[in-house]
Design a binder for this molecule. Sequence first.
Ligand SMILES: Nc1ncnc2c1ncn2[C@@H]1O[C@H](COP(=O)(O)OP(=O)(O)OP(=O)(O)O)[C@@H](O)[C@H]1O
Length: 233
Amino acid sequence: MSVLVVEGMAAGYGDVDILSDIALRVDPLEIVTIAGTNGAGKSTLVKGLMGLLTRIRGKVEFEGTSLLGVAAERRIHLGISYVPQVNNVFPSLTVLENLEVVEGVGNRARQIAKMIERFPALAARRATRAGALSGGERQQLAFARALMPAPRLVILDEPTAALSPALVTGVLETIRGLPGLGVSVLLVEQRARQALAISDQGCILDSGKVVIADRASALLADERMAELYLGEH
Ligand SMILES: Nc1ncnc2c1ncn2[C@@H]1O[C@H](COP(=O)(O)OP(=O)(O)OP(=O)(O)O)[C@@H](O)[C@H]1O
């Protein structure tokens, strides 16, 4: 069974649809990238999936269960984690406290130990306030927080956006490793070529519609499409 299935989804704000007829699918242990230019509707799509829009209709299912009408905060208990582009850690709390306050975690002590092991940079910083971390460390903490409840799907909203190019590779490597931990990934990225290079499937949005969805390798190989939608090499 697919992890996430979206069909015929329309969504927007007030009485205006921004997205229409959206179809996408995340199969188990796949990485699926959503790419598209500024204003294409990527953030609106993520908000819709996370239950943050009142204007939404169509089919949105997680492991066969409809998410429509399910409150945003319920998603973590269903097995969906979300890393927003900003405000993804509590700056005034320490690294350890940031992990301690995550909801929906079973064996907290064991999960914290696992995260510290998986993200070694956090080990030495466990008593440091998150606001004092470097950009790369903060992103590791955001990922650790998302993984604490052992989710089966992680939705990442432009995880490389605020990072220097030197740190981008490390973040993409972390994402590439998530299926090995039992986690499927929906990745929204502006760095489309780099994101597709670590993805199984890709979906390009333009003006609120899916213009093309295909295997990531096929999207990267289609020169005309890549030139139109994937930007510079
Ligand atoms: N709260 C809102 N109310 C009304 N319209 C909005 C709202 N947020 C976004 N929009 C509109 O929805 C459209 C899609 O915006 P969205 O932020 O989803 O695009 P995006 O692909 O995420 O762009 P970016 O890469 O710049 O974040 C834009 O035309 C935008 O003006």
